[in-house]
Design a binder for this molecule. Structure first.
Ligand code: NAD
Length: 371
């Protein structure tokens, strides 16, 4: 089989779905690897860094050879039109975002795997792109907070006196939040975290941070949080508002699967924060955890700096790509045997991650929405 990676074309997308290591592993499994010239340029990875790959000058030439296309962002309609019937594409597909794309994948009889649909089971961990990319997002969000802050994060004892460490609060302790906590700790801040899933207390404390108990527990199904009731939300907000008065930087990472980001920080809470405080809203992409967030913008409101950065994983494009490519490789390896592709539809990872196949939309929720 021939596996292809293109230069990503979405604005601000610097990642690439292939790494030198994965190119080598694919070869070892008997696959041919083809890249579009400049495929890794967004991540400053020149073509020559990928061992033993063939380079095609244009996306169209690379696509025409693809049995499997590895992608970061969902393929454009042009890309789908350039793929051969029956070929496979693996990457983020955002099935809810664009019905036209899903229809095009269906009508071109492309087998598409939407990595965001991958079941989050133990066996799937090595393929879990949501987790690998969330780690980078949490890390970068804290660096942005430190950058925007007019304060040191660590405690300093200097000839000009002692500087007290910044107080940093991380809201939501999933994969991104825990990485944010670890990063803020490494920068020397005094860190607190909270989440509505009670098991996060131990995880937060094991990173040397303090668990902020807001008296609300809302474990949902599948290890995820559920949406709070109006009463729970009011309780959480009242306690949080008080606590925020003392905080120098907040990084919010809260999400509930399939729902818009929960609004946790109100305008009044932000207005009650200390002058010079910073809020970095990692949930900006899905509407934000803070009422004031403007996705993609950084601005000052009432002497508090608010940032709603988009596509944080792309900001760490080398390591994000390395982990992402490894995730896709582990997924593709389920179906690769001595250079031959065989899809095992009995395997839940294959069956549940599949968005379209053989002219059908296989993901039920998407099919019902579109057909
Ligand atoms: P996520 O991105 O859906 O949510 C981020 C965090 O926000 C979660 O911890 C959630 O509890 C929290 N949250 C939601 N509403 C909140 C509110 N109102 N206030 C405060 N916090 C709120 O979650 P995620 O990071 O993708 O992972 C969630 C869980 O799934 C974690 O326990 C993670 O370890 C687990 N997980 C398991 C696997 C696996 O076993 N393969 C893989 C990935 C994640």
């Amino acid at each position: 089989v021939t596996v292809v990676a293109l230069r990503e074309r979405a604005p601000n997308e610097r990642r690439v779905a292939l790494s030198p290591e994965v190119a080598k592993k694919l070869k070892a499994l008997g696959a041919q690897v083809v890249i579009e010239a400049g495929a890794g340029s967004g991540a400053n990875q020149p073509d020559g860094i990928f061992p033993d790959v063939e380079v095609e000058a244009t996306a169209a030439a690379a696509l025409a050879r693809a049995d499997v296309l590895l992608a970061v962002q969902p393929p454009s309609l042009d890309t789908i039109a350039g793929l051969r019937e029956g070929s496979i594409v693996i990457g983020f597909m955002q099935p809810h975002a664009d019905p036209e794309r899903v229809k095009a994948l269906r009508d071109r009889k492309i087998t598409s795997f939407a990595m965001e649909l991958l079941p989050r089971t133990t066996r799937a961990q090595a393929m879990d792109v949501l987790s690998s990319q969330a780690g980078m997002a949490g890390y970068k969000a804290v660096l942005i907070a430190a950058e925007l802050s007019g304060k040191f994060f660590p405690m300093l004892t200097t000839a000009a006196g002692t500087i007290r460490p910044s107080k940093v609060l991380i809201v939501g302790a999933g994969v991104a939040g825990l990485q944010a906590i670890a990063t803020a700790r490494r920068l020397g801040a005094q860190v607190e975290g909270f989440d509505v899933r009670p098991e996060t207390r131990e995880q937060i404390e094991s990173l040397g941070a303090k668990f902020l108990d807001l008296g609300v527990s809302a474990a949902g199904s599948g290890g995820y949080a559920r949406e709070l009731t109006a009463e729970e939300r009011a309780e959480q907000q009242q306690r949080l508002a008080n606590h925020l008065k003392n905080i120098d930087a907040v990084v919010t990472t809260a999400a509930v699967p399939g729902r818009p980001a929960p609004k946790i920080l109100t305008a009044a809470m932000v207005e009650g924060m200390k002058p010079g405080a910073v809020v970095v809203d990692l949930a900006a992409e899905t509407g934000g955890n803070c009422e004031l967030t403007r996705p993609g913008e950084t601005f000052v409101h009432n002497a508090v700096t608010l940032a709603g950065p988009l596509n944080l994983p792309s900001m760490g494009a080398i390591h994000s790509s390395e982990m992402y490519a490894r995730n896709l490789f582990n997924f593709l390896a389920l179906s690769l045997n001595e250079g031959e592709l065989v899809l095992d539809w009995e395997d839940e990872l294959i069956a549940q991650t599949c968005l379209t196949h053989a002219g059908r939309i296989r993901h039920e929720a998407t099919r019902q929405k579109i057909e």
